[in-house]
Design a protein around this ligand. Structure first.
Ligand SMILES: [Zn+2]
Ligand SMILES: [Zn+2]
Length: 233
C-alpha cells in the first residue's frame, strides 16, 4: 500500500472511487513485465462516480470499458476504438488502473449498474464482456458443439456464455474443482488435461499457451483467446 495524490480529472473524464476490484492473471503478468507496464494496475472494477461533467453520473455505481480510444484515427472513425492503435488501457497500457482509491475513465466508457446487480456480480462484467465477444467474432451456427480449452476464469465464463446461448460445450481443463462450475451449468467436462482430438467444428482456446494444455490462466483483456474453425479431420 502506498500513498499517491488523487488523480486529476481531465474534461470528459469521471473521477471514480473504487468499490470492488477483481485481480486477474493479466495483473500478475504485468508485475512480471508483460506490456512493460509500470504503475498502478487494475482493470476489473466496480466504482462510484465522485465527479463528472455529466451530473447524471455523479453518485452512481458504474463499471467501465477499459480501452481509451484516441478518437482521431481511421480505426476510431470506423467505431473500432477498442482496436485503436493509439489507445491506452486502464491498468494495462499507459493509463493508471483501478487498484487505487480514486481513478479516472472517460465518461463515455462508463455503464451505470442497475440496483439489483451486486458489486460481487458486477466485478465480473469486464471479463464477461470479453467472453461474450466470442459470439460477435464468429457466426457459430445454432446448436453446435463447441470445445472450450482452459478452466481459468475466462474459460469458465466463456463456457457459461456459450451454454446460455444454446450451444453444447465440451470443456477441457485440469482442475475438477473449477470445471464443476461449468459442469453445473451444463457442460460436459474433461479433467485429465488432454488436448481434444481434432473432432470439433469449433474450438475456443482459453488456456493462454500455444499447445492448448495450459493452466487456463489467459485473460480477455489481453485478448489471448481465439475462436477458430478447424477441419473435421
Ligand atoms: Zn482481467
Ligand atoms: Zn484511435
Amino acid at each position: 500500500m502506498r500513498g499517491v495524490p488523487s488523480p486529476e480529472r481531465p474534461p470528459g473524464f469521471a473521477l471514480i472511487r473504487l468499490l470492488l476490484g477483481g485481480i486477474c492473471n493479466t495483473d500478475l503478468e504485468l508485475q512480471r513485465g508483460y506490456y512493460g507496464f509500470a504503475g498502478i494496475p487494475g482493470h476489473e472494477f466496480v466504482g462510484e462516480v465522485v465527479e463528472a461533467d455529466d451530473l447524471n453520473l455523479v453518485g452512481r455505481r458504474v463499471v467501465g470499458e477499459i480501452n481509451l480510444a484516441c478518437g482521431g484515427c481511421d480505426w476510431c472513425a470506423r467505431e473500432l476504438g477498442r482496436h485503436c492503435p493509439n489507445r491506452t488501457v486502464l491498468g494495462i497500457v499507459k493509463h493508471p488502473g483501478a487498484f487505487q482509491e480514486f481513478f479516472t475513465l472517460p465518461e463515455r466508457n462508463l455503464h451505470i449498474l442497475p440496483d439489483e446487480v451486486s458489486n460481487e456480480q458486477a466485478v465480473f462484467v469486464e471479463p464477461l464482456a470479453a467472453a461474450t465477444e466470442i459470439l460477435d467474432q464468429g457466426a457459430i451456427p445454432a446448436g453446435e458443439t463447441i470445445a472450450v480449452q482452459g478452466d481459468g476464469k475466462l474459460g469458465l465464463l466463456i463456457a457459461q456464455v456459450l451454454l446460455a446461448n444454446g450451444y453444447a460445450v465440451e470443456h477441457f481443463g485440469r482442475h475438477a474443482r473449477k470445471l464443476a462450475i461449468s459442469g453445473r451449468a451444463g457442460a460436459r467436462t474433461h479433467t485429465n488435461g488432454d488436448v481434444p482430438e481434432r473432432a470439433f467444428g469449433w474450438v475456443v482456446e482459453a488456456t493462454g499457451v500455444e499447445r492448448g494444455d495450459g493452466d487456463g490462466a489467459s485473460d480477455g483483456a489481453a485478448t489471448r483467446y481465439g475462436v477458430s474453425e478447424i477441419d473435421r479431420a
